[in-house]
Design a protein around this ligand. Sequence first.
Ligand code: ADP
Ligand code: MG
Length: 353
Amino acid sequence: SEFLRVDNLTKSFGTNTVVKGVSFAFEKGEFISLLGPSGCGKTTILRMIAGFENPTSGSITVDGNDITHLKPNQRQLGMVFQAYALFPNLNVGDNIGFGLKIAGMPTEERRARVADMLKLIGLPGFEKRYPYEMSGGQQQRVALARAIAPRPRMLLLDEPLSALDAKIRVSLREEIRAIQLDLGITTVFVTHDQEEALSISDRIVVMNAGNIEQLGAPHEIYNKPATRFVATFVGQLNTIEAVVSDVAAKKVTIDGQTVSLHTLPDNAKAGAGISLTLRPEVLTVGARADNDISLTGTISDVTFLGSVIRLRVALGTNIVSLDTFNDQRTAPPVRGEPVTISLASKDLLVLAA
Ligand code: ADP
Ligand code: MG
């Protein structure tokens, strides 16, 4: 059933409209990411849901109740910010118990709830520590515990991992997801990091300049990007410049090699240039039974990434990148070697320019 609903939400600061009629609806228990580049309006949307910012127009409904004009403390939402949001002069126990104390929870019950929260975030017994005695990752876990301690209806997270080191960022995001699934709490997570959004979310709202570009599950966003913006913002993308050589036969020439495509843009003309885009993983080194396009080139770069080896292959002026598994039984690819790559024409993304 529908739990969070945002209808035609708009926010202007003076003459600057930064959220432009955004609508979406999510189920109870979903982990939702708002993903987009810096300045696209993610934080503003989150702050309107939290009640720190008044919408210029539009409405927000949680569990059937219109909360658009409620005060923040009437909304029963938990929030975690980027960093440094703990009260520095309070110990961990008092930080986590802060909202509970304000709500009038008796001391013993509060103490028990704080201890439970510390177990949940993997920091049992940390009550007497102070924020400055802990790492950034530990502080963010405490901030998470503080947000969920009052058992809010929804959790709002604004780039809570962006100030942390890469390794901690990955382990903490997995921990956040595990806790969220465990509690079944509907969560809205703001990030500009596409990998983070893809790995953690049930569904993603991809935003650009105050508008929604696409809303969908991670695999839908990645495999079937609705717009050129989504295709380039989420995941890696190769672009190949080609020239149309035969419209009827859907033939194009790529660095002197002629291949047949599955489809051509509607307005394609012989002699005209077109761009083909494709994900690195649809390219295979060598032939493959279901690949109908083969191209020859030269390995121009080899990047060792551990389980994966990323190759750059120069076809001529076009250079594409593709990933191969690190098969430890065969010699690794070498820069300068000739190579044949293949793909299925149906895997080319044909997008409106
Ligand atoms: P994001 O979180 O996606 O980086 P924000 O929601 O913070 O983006 O900001 C969107 C736009 O709104 C930016 O251009 C920002 O400068 C502007 N903005 C945000 N808050 C205010 C404010 N209080 N007054 C004026 N402009 C603001
Ligand atoms: Mg922001």
